[in-house]
Unconditional design. Sequence first.
Length: 134
Amino acid sequence: TPPVAIASSLPASGPWEAVATRAVARASSRLVGQRYAGLTISSVFHYGAVDIATTHLVVWVLVSGARSEELPAWWTPGAATERPLPSGWEGWLTSVRDVVREELAADSWPDAGSASVLVDSEERVRRTGFDYFR
């Protein structure tokens, strides 16, 4: 199944949007295809009105695989879950989030260390479409 192509349909605008686009593209190059314990990173993209305020940036990492829907919807590393994640997932996904934040920091993104990085199942998103992110 091909990855969800969302980022390409979003228009770019001002200087912070260009910075976010560059940084997230580099993170995507580093991350897409990585595998861990039945999960594969299938897509990395961003959205948000970053030219209004850089705090509006939201980066999504979509994972696929037979067990991907065990990940809670709209999950972010460090967030509480109703049931524990499978062994090792949180550590791996935290390192994935850190790659995104490193790439933002490399482009001097304000508060890159606290940028919002969410992780979800590509299969769940595919069933709903882009409306899933509203």
